[in-house]
Design a protein around this ligand. Structure first.
Ligand code: NAD
Length: 473
């Protein structure tokens, strides 16, 4: 078992003010796998003070110095790849081989890409008697969930470092380890003290203090819509910038002319990835009535290809959910779907005997779903796909947009151009065309209650930048 009884503040491992700890449970077997500090307000204050004290010097570094630090950290992350992989797999249940490729290597590569963007903050333009420039926003609090814990961290940390901001990171209670390993890396590469501070703690207890702190300039939050609203309310009193990356219930339209087998396979695999715990998962599959039965059969057989089990086994494609609580939430939703009249095509609430000890849920497909059902309106955040029939394409677009969310979407049509015409009518921050995959060059973020932020690439960088005008004429 790994124990972290200190916090990384001001370039040092410091004993906390709090005597409380957080038990981290391995969701594959319900056993204790790690312990972290449950930080209190005094710990938060110390971390914010460190970030504030470090800001002036760090914000005045050159683009080359910032690139050098990002690359040094990325190099060391490569050296610690196995530690990250194990940490994520054991704390949130992602199968190890998937954790290594998607959760860890993908995150390292995307973090390193920010080394190429450090010059952006220094760019200016002059027009109409105005020099327009940029400044780093300041002290940034980064709050993350547990589903892609390293990727979400570097999606915020990369642009923060690249622009000259300093950081207080708060990982989810369930997955503190990758932030703490990263702190060890900052220490090893001798990063300037206070640029990166880590507070492990319970969001509902310290969140308000952290987000309302007068010395924090920005909160970048990824998590549930409910917590995102609380964060914005806490931050409002001091008028700080809040970037929210929240939940989703994303539609996926398959048209009459699409290659049905390829389109359905893509949709099912998308939803089942990471045991269905992906905010942008295309959880509402909209299929023409004319091929509805066929689509259900394909979906069933693709879902049943999954090997559900111990995340340490190399043949397992789906581990447990991240916690027993998350398992209960998902099973409750499956029961609601059944009560509301949807048909379970595969999966459901029963578990094989050998999976009873962990937080497992079998890949579940619901047919005969209407868009007004709870399972089609609320984010389930588990391996549950709803298949909804439509007759005309306009009806499909209407169903797609009939949601409070707007994070992602997908269209699979006969060709890219036809798909794009439909995609442009969907109110969502992203649309995956013809089976495309996650791409960190694409700005990522939501419409409506899915949030107001954008992450990755230049748009992600701009979140951490203030625009500054110098009027010379
Ligand atoms: P959550 O909202 O419960 O927790 C997320 C983080 O917020 C945790 O670190 C938690 O400690 C903290 N937190 C909780 N209450 C807080 C408060 N009042 N103030 C400050 N911080 C607080 O979410 P979760 O269950 O960990 O994650 C699942 C959710 O995250 C899903 O809704 C999913 O869609 C969403 N998500 C969104 C994106 C995106 O980019 N849009 C990405 C991944 C996950």
């Amino acid at each position: 078992m790994v124990k972290y009884h200190q916090l990384y503040i001001n370039g040092q491992w410091q004993s906390p003010n709090s005597a409380e700890t957080i038990a981290v449970i391995n969701p594959a077997n319900g056993e204790l796998c790690a312990e972290s500090v449950s930080a209190n307000f005094a710990d938060v204050d110390a971390a914010v003070l460190a970030a504030k004290s470090a800001f002036t010097a760090w914000s005045l570094t050159t683009a080359a110095q910032r690139s050098q630090l990002i690359n040094a950290i990325a190099d060391e992350m490569e050296n610690r790849r196995d530690d990250f992989t194990d940490a994520i797999s054991i704390t949130m249940g992602c199968p190890k081989h998937i954790s290594q490729d998607i959760q860890v290597q993908g995150a390292i590569d995307s973090f390193r890409a920010f080394a190429e963007l450090t010059g952006y903050v220094e760019q200016t333009s002059t027009e109409n008697g105005v020099i327009q420039g940029h400044a780093p926003v300041g002290v940034c609090v980064l709050i993350n969930p547990w589903n892609y814990p390293l990727s979400q961290l570097v999606g915020k940390l990369g642009p923060a470092l690249a622009t000259g901001c300093t950081v207080v990171a708060k990982p989810a209670e369930q997955t503190p380890l990758q932030d703490l390993i990263l702190a060890e890396i900052f220490h090893k590469v001798a990063a300037p003290a206070g640029v990166f501070n880590v507070i492990t703690g319970i969001g509902s207890e310290i969140g308000e203090h952290l987000c309302s702190h007068p010395d924090v300039d920005m909160v970048s939050f990824t998590g549930s819509t409910a917590a995102g609203i609380k964060v914005a309310q806490s931050a409002a009193g001091s008028v700080k910038r809040v970037c929210q990356e929240l939940g989703g219930k994303s539609p996926y339209i398959i048209t009459e002319g699409a290659d049905l087998a390829a389109a359905v396979r893509y949709g099912v695999e998308d939803v089942m990835l990471n045991s269905g715990q992906t905010c942008s998962a295309l959880t509402r599959m909209l299929v023409p009535q004319s091929c509805y039965q066929q689509a259900i059969e394909i979906a069933k057989s693709v879902a049943e290809e999954n090997v559900v089990g111990d995340p340490k086994s190399s043949n397992v494609t789906m581990g447990p959910l991240s916690s027993a609580l998350q398992q209960k939430r998902v099973l409750d939703y499956i029961n609601i779907g059944i009560k509301e009249g949807a048909t379970v095509v595969t999966g459901g609430v029963d578990l094989p005997a050998d999976l009873q000890a962990g937080a497992y849920v079998m890949p579940t497909i619901f047919a005969n779903v209407t868009n007004d059902m709870t399972i089609a309106q609320e984010e389930i955040f588990g391996p549950v796909l709803c298949i909804i029939p439509y007759i005309e394409i306009d009806e499909a677009i209407e169903i797609a947009n009939d949601t409070v969310f707007g994070l992602s979407s997908g269209v699979f049509a006969e060709d890219t151009n036809s798909a794009l015409k439909i995609a442009q009518k969907i109110r969502a921050g992203q649309c995956y065309i013809q089976g495309a995959y996650f791409n960190t060059h694409a700005p990522f973020g939501g419409f409506k209650q899915s949030g107001n932020g954008r992450e990755w690439g230049v748009e992600g960088l701009r979140e951490f930048i203030e625009v500054q005008a110098f009027i010379i004429e």
